[in-house]
Write a protein that binds this ligand. Structure first.
Ligand code: XMP
Length: 546
């Protein structure tokens, strides 16, 4: 009989010792698994778009993680890398304190590809020459291939690429030759016979149409990868390690109604069945009908143990008189922890807390760039629940991007409605009501938001848009209805396209659709007499108004 399953009868200290021993064993087998996985590490020099490189690598079915440029070899070796890609970054190699590629990039004799700043650091460190140019090369350029290279396999000899740099390579390091040029860059790409390559342009962005082919050539023809990182391998590996890790322990998971927590819960449920209990908290800040729809999906379709806690009045009470967005976030976060803890304590002894932390959250809190960057909004409560509750954390999605999470959900047969659900912020409608949140305003916003959603779905645009919603502004405007003057709320409609919420563009919705949304809101939602459409992109705006 498994000793851990008897925790109810043993001393806490004994339990902790056994748990520690087990964690050691599990760490070994996790390491073994990593050793079997092919990984190409992205060395991060601080550009906020570096995540795209890791995404492109994974789209080629090769696992990738970003590591800070100052990471120790021990940390990187644990990934068992088959090659390195040095990312772009804002620095210039001749500046004081400019970040450089660590020595292990060169010592390990693995393939290397430097992109933009990554190439410049290679040139600088290996004895070539980088100089600043009076004019930056920014935007589209035509790349002309000057010689054969494994990187160019299957590509045309001339192609559009995206440039974004201020420094030029004027001399390649000894042993390297130029592989391509543009009008402004005599050395736009270089390579040597040790499998070290560099390119000034950005293959990871959509503006370089053959960029993914170049990355694929590097992964398969230079690094020798086979492309074994697939959704089904991820699911089976993760379920295996979850079973091993959880043993006969009990797990709690907070369901938000969003895809991340639903996929986490489904994976864990598949792995350990009813050892998982989910807690679904109604904050009173959800959209119309959302509670019923979510409970139905969790219970009927996914057949999970779900504890439902209706705490809407508690949240509303906490938010009374609060207008500052960050205060709203904090209060909602804190109250959520309180309700969650109360519900969890009723379940009995619990060992693990499952969370839908994704890879972008992990990177945000670990890249060199994030060390000094200002916090725009406190989005995530990552770490809040576990530190308070003293439970071991399970984060099976921490290596995935959002689109990969959706793929995992779809592959596990989760309902489309859940898998393709647009993101919804934790503080919910509280940060879509500008100013104080009241029951009356919540009702107005729910009604307007329902119409936006309904029309967007009818127009079959829901899954093409990253987010669509209504905002209840704190502006009032004068209107006329019948022969009467009105003085009512102004509702803003927001619809954005995005890949990852880091950047977003306002959606060019058809005028007819916008017209229908506006007419319906003004006619059907009492108290609203004006609708505006938000045409700001991110940056400089953000997706949410608060
Ligand atoms: P912004 O407004 O920063 O939003 O462009 C980017 C994405 O994050 C979501 N968001 C939040 N999610 N808690 C959350 O769980 C929050 O406080 C929060 N604020 C914004 C937003 O909906 C968008 O998807």
């Amino acid at each position: 009989m498994d000793r851990i399953s008897t925790t109810g009868d043993i001393e806490v200290s004994t339990y902790l010792e056994i748990a520690k021993e087990r964690r050691g064993q599990r760490a070994v087998s996790r390491q073994q698994r990593r050793r079997m996985r092919e990984t190409v590490a992205v060395i991060d020099f601080g550009s906020q778009y570096n995540m795209l490189i890791a995404r492109r690598i994974r789209e080629c079915n090769v696992y990738s993680e970003m590591v800070p440029y100052d990471a120790s070899w021990e940390k990187v070796a644990a990934l068992n890398p088959k090659g390195f890609i040095l990312s772009g970054g804002p620095a210039s190699v001749y500046e004081d304190g400019a970040p450089m590629a660590p020595s292990w990039v060169y010592d390990k004799h693995l393939p290397v590809l430097g992109i933009c700043y990554g190439m410049q650091t290679l040139v600088h460190q290996l004895g070539g020459k980088v100089t600043p140019t009076p004019s930056h090369e920014y935007g589209h350029a035509t790349l002309n291939l000057s010689t054969d290279s494994p990187l160019w396999f299957g590509l045309p000899t001339s192609m559009p690429v995206w440039m974004s740099h201020g420094d030029l390579i004027v001399e390649t390091p000894p042993g390297f030759s130029a592989l391509a040029y543009t009008d402004n860059s005599p050395v736009a790409a270089m390579g040597n016979d040790q499998n070290i390559y560099g390119m000034l342009f950005h293959p990871e962005v959509a503006h370089t149409p053959h960029g993914k082919d170049i990355i694929r050539n590097f992964l398969f023809d230079v690094c020798g990868c086979k492309g074994t990182w697939t959704t089904s391998n991820f699911i089976s590996d993760t379920m295996g390690s979850l079973r091993e890790h959880v043993g006969s322990g009990k797990v709690v998971c907070a369901l938000s109604g969003g895809v991340d927590s639903a996929v986490v819960a489904t994976l864990i449920h598949r792995a350990v069945g009813d050892q998982l209990t989910c807690i679904y908290v109604n904050t009173g800040l959800l959209r119309r009908d959302e509670v019923e729809r979510n409970l139905n999906t969790f219970k009927q379709h996914l057949r999970m143990n779900v504890v439902y806690a209706d705490a809407s009045q508690r949240f509303l009470g906490k938010l009374q008189g609060v207008i500052d967005p960050e205060k709203k976030r904090r209060l909602v976060g804190e109250e959520f922890i309180r309700v969650f803890e109360e519900e969890a304590s009723r379940i009995g002894q619990v060992h693990f807390l499952a969370q839908g932390t994704l890879y972008p959250d992990v990177i945000e809190s670990s890249t060199p760039d994030s060390k000094g960057s200002a916090r725009i909004k406190t989005h995530h409560n990552v770490g809040g629940l576990p530190s308070v509750m003293n439970l071991e954390l399970l984060e099976p999605l921490r290596s995935l991007f959002k689109d990969e999470v959706r793929e995992v959900g779809a592959a596990m047969g989760m309902p489309d409605e859940m898998v393709w659900r647009q993101p919804f912020p934790g503080p919910g409608l509280a940060i879509r009501i500008i100013g104080e949140v009241t029951q009356e305003k919540l009702e107005v916003l729910r009604a307007a938001d329902w119409i936006v959603m309904n029309e967007i779905k009818k127009a079959k645009l829901y899954s093409e848009l990253w987010q669509t919603f209504a905002v209840l502004t704190d502006a009032r405007s004068v209107g006329v209805m019948g022969d009467h003057r009105t003085y009512g709320y102004v509702v803003a409609v927001r619809a954005v396209t995005s890949d990852d919420a880091m950047t977003a563009d306002w959606a060019r919705l058809p005028y007819d659709l916008l017209g229908r949304i506006s007419t319906r809101i003004v006619n059907e939602v009492p108290g609203v007499n004006r609708v505006v459409y938000d045409i700001s992109s991110k940056p400089p705006a953000t997706i949410e108004w608060e």
